[in-house]
Write a protein that binds this ligand. Structure first.
Ligand code: C5P
Length: 265
């Protein structure tokens, strides 16, 4: 029987870097949510492994054991035929292969969260709003996450994650403030939090600054920030129609950019 799964874009609404371990990995404190846009995966059990990749971002995606989706199947102890429709830009701070791997682990009810596959895989295998700490291995579910209307934008800039961490000026920043209690303004709280990787990523790919400025100029945006180690950035809006209008304007002004209105939760 074929299992179908959806691998949503992962968005770091906040990403605080609070320290560095002796092995070089950084300690994080991040509020992670998931979008209603993402990659589509199927898995059909068979004696041999195979992987077919298509979709708008299939170029450059390995179709063999190097692919995190293939590695996730191995981790889950299954073999079979995988298909991956790559709708999301990869190496882009929105989950990429980690979300694909996490979605498959979740669909297969695997009890291994997949940390060995990457620091983002445990939160992606949880697949719902969460506060991520440690190096990504500590995942606290977040209840009552408000639905947020967003636009995601990627200019095509590529920033290798290790390089962004290396470019960090300060690695022992304050963690996230506790999330607001019911009734407090979530957006105001979000404004007081940060993505500590944003400034470092802009030094490597100045394009990210251009994307942030274009999002900041959109009518009705109430927060603009980079996700993960970049280069994808997002803006939040009060309504779906404001997000759609902003996405339409950006896609017209910057036809080479990937621009997606979506709902985050
Ligand atoms: O684990 P993942 O392959 O996603 O991480 C890519 C790179 O990002 C790591 O090799 C490391 O350089 C950096 N990283 C880090 N601290 C983390 C997560 C990632 O330094 N918590």
């Amino acid at each position: 029987m074929t299992t179908e799964c959806f691998a949503p874009a992962k968005i770091n609404l906040t990403l605080h870097v609070t320290g560095q371990r002796a092995d070089g990995y950084h300690l994080l404190d991040s509020l992670v949510v998931f979008a209603d846009v993402g990659d589509a995966i199927t898995f059909t059990p068979a004696p041999e492994m195979s992987l077919k990749v298509d979709g708008p971002f299939s170029k450059g995606v390995p179709c063999d054991g190097r692919n995190l989706l293939w590695k996730a199947a191995e981790l889950a102890g299954v073999t079979g035929h995988l298909t991956l429709q790559k709708n999301l830009p990869h190496g882009a701070g929105i989950g990429g292969g980690s979300s694909d791997a996490g979605a498959l682990l979740r669909a297969l009810d695997c009890d291994n969260a997949g940390l060995a596959l990457g620091a983002d895989v445990p939160v992606c295998s949880y697949g719902r709003a969460a506060r991520m700490q440690g190096i990504g291995d500590v995942v606290h579910p977040v209840a009552n996450m408000p639905r947020l209307f967003a636009v995601l934008v990627n200019s095509g800039a590529y920033v290798p994650t290790p390089q962004v961490f290396q470019a960090l000026a300060q690695k022992d920043n304050l963690g996230q403030e506790d999330m607001p209690q019911h009734g407090m303004d979530f957006t105001q709280w979000l404004h007081r939090q940060r993505n500590d990787l944003q400034a470092a990523a802009i030094t490597i790919a100045p394009d990210i600054g251009t994307v942030l400025a274009a999002l900041a100029a959109c009518d009705g945006q109430n927060l603009v920030r980079m996700s993960g180690s970049g280069a994808t950035c997002f803006a939040l809006f009060d309504t779906a129609s404001a997000a759609q209008a902003a996405a339409h304007k950006l896609a017209t002004a910057y036809p080479d950019w990937w621009v997606k209105p979506c709902v985050l939760s």
